[in-house]
Design a protein. Structure first.
Length: 267
């Protein structure tokens, strides 16, 4: 039986890259979609990537269960509520609406959760062949280049580019942002995982989202943290918990910018 006491990030990274190249890209602009009960979109690609990675991870790490977005809710709940000390957390296609619409901004997001916190993270963007990775305490990387989000060119909030999902924000906060934004410009890309990864790479400086699931942000949270960024929930609570409940996110590329951003949001 394989040794699962340690996990080789290079091995897992290759499994994710292969799934992106062989399952996602060939189906891009070639597959139909349907709607789940919650109104979100699902495609054949979501299902195929999850099945492929579930089998591959189980072959290499048979004692580590997988929590995937496309699993039944009772299966997800069982992993969380049974108190598994270690499990994979997978979003097989983050940015499904983009994927289904022919917009090349989507990713595979995979995190290894240990004792409630991400220890390893991989976000792969097959359209650009960009793979963001992080090992807890060992830094974050884009392909082979180490990331330092604190080196972002903009230090003052008024000069920053913000990555914001307005759809899920409290109405009053969304109105404040729309009428009196404290930043220079704003973007909304449609893949939570890549939002976090791009923030870690300095492609935006501040971030705000009102409602994201564990598989959306677990990998991105670790990548940004290892790159030097900061985050919390809108109420100031720690930004990550191993729960199925949706959580808000406030983040920035550096502690100083995070303080400026959070103080403005707090009013």
């Amino acid at each position: 039986m394989p040794d699962t006491s340690t996990v080789d990030i290079s091995l897992v990274k290759q499994l994710v890259i292969d799934a992106g190249r062989e399952e996602l890209l060939p189906r891009f602009q070639q597959t139909s979609f349907s709607y789940k009960q919650d109104g979100s979109i699902v495609t054949e690609a979501d299902i195929s990537v999850q099945k492929r990675l579930q089998l591959a991870l189980n072959d290499h790490f048979p004692t580590i269960p997988l929590l995937g977005e496309e699993m039944a809710e009772h299966e997800q709940t069982a992993i969380i509520e049974h108190g598994e000390s270690r499990f994979w957390c997978l979003d097989p296609l983050d940015g499904t609406s983009n994927f289904a619409s022919g917009i090349p901004f989507f990713s595979i997001s995979l995190a290894l959760i240990e004792n409630g916190q991400p220890k390893l993270a991989i976000i792969y963007d097959p359209a650009r062949h960009e793979c963001f990775t992080a090992n807890k305490g060992q830094g974050a990387f884009l392909n082979e280049t180490q990331l330092d989000s604190t080196n972002s060119a903009h230090k003052a909030l008024r000069r920053c580019t913000a990555i914001i999902d307005f759809k899920r924000l409290p109405a009053k906060l969304a109105e404040r942002l729309a009428t009196n934004a404290p930043y220079s410009s704003q973007r909304s890309f449609g893949s939570v995982a890549l939002d976090w990864a791009w923030l870690a790479a300095g492609r935006g400086q501040v971030y705000l989202h009102g409602k994201q699931k564990l598989w959306d942000y677990a990998a991105g949270w670790l990548i940004l943290n290892e790159a030097g960024g900061c985050s919390s929930m809108l109420d100031g609570e720690a930004g990550l918990q191993a729960t199925l409940e949706p959580r808000s996110a406030v983040a920035a590329v550096s502690p100083d910018l995070f303080q400026q951003w959070f103080e403005w949001i707090s009013g």
